[in-house]
Design a protein around this ligand. Sequence first.
Ligand code: 1GP
Length: 252
Amino acid sequence: MKIYNDLAYKKKLGNKSIAVLIDPDKMKLKQFQNTLDIAIEAKVDYFFIGGSLIVNDMLDLVLSSIKDRCDIPLILFPGNSFQLSYKADGILFLSLISGRNAELLIGKHVITAPYLKVSPLEIIPTGYMLIDGGVNSTVQYMSNTTPIPNQKDDIAMCTAIAGEMLGLKLMYLDAGSGAKTPVSKTMINAVSNACNCPLIVGGGIRTLEKVTENLEAGADLIVVGTAFENDPNLIFEMAKTVHSFQNNTINI
Ligand code: 1GP
């Protein structure tokens, strides 16, 4: 459980992390190499690899190309049960707890369980909560679920508490890729105060101010995809901002 233990330990120290989200279907080769160069130089903490569709066969290639270059952990963030590969280091074993689609709460998990059981991947049980990001997101459409309204902090909080009681080890608040309205600081704060597990936040994060706001509100790991696709140089500044949060006081 190296990836999870690291995250839990960083949370105790008050240290924050950043993940670059790479969608193997969206990235052009040149853009991918450039993003990779910058992410390595900026010392990002994780690569999240995944997307909602599969329009090509790039997953293994993307994973091996990153592996050949660095030791930054590669975490699968699968949009479906076909996005699996032993070449990654770990996988967010996502249960879409904000929705009521049984397939995404347990169904796909049953199908992939035997493959994952014998895999070398670190399996990280994750409560995934889709929050309304002001646009109809791909996840919302593909998952056939209703996101939690973005003002309903109490629903997000109770969902996270239930998820943690069910044994999920990470919580993920996601406004969806390209969200117009990212997850609010009050919602992040409510979920962070209600749960002990590390909290991931993503969807529509574009500015350093929003990164700072999210981290101050209690996010432990920030995930950014679209903003880096548009401007890979932003990775430097965002990684610097995230890594300036070094509390070094253990809060248990
Ligand atoms: C990951 O869906 C997010 O949680 C990524 O969102 O592409 O808007 O950064 P962006």
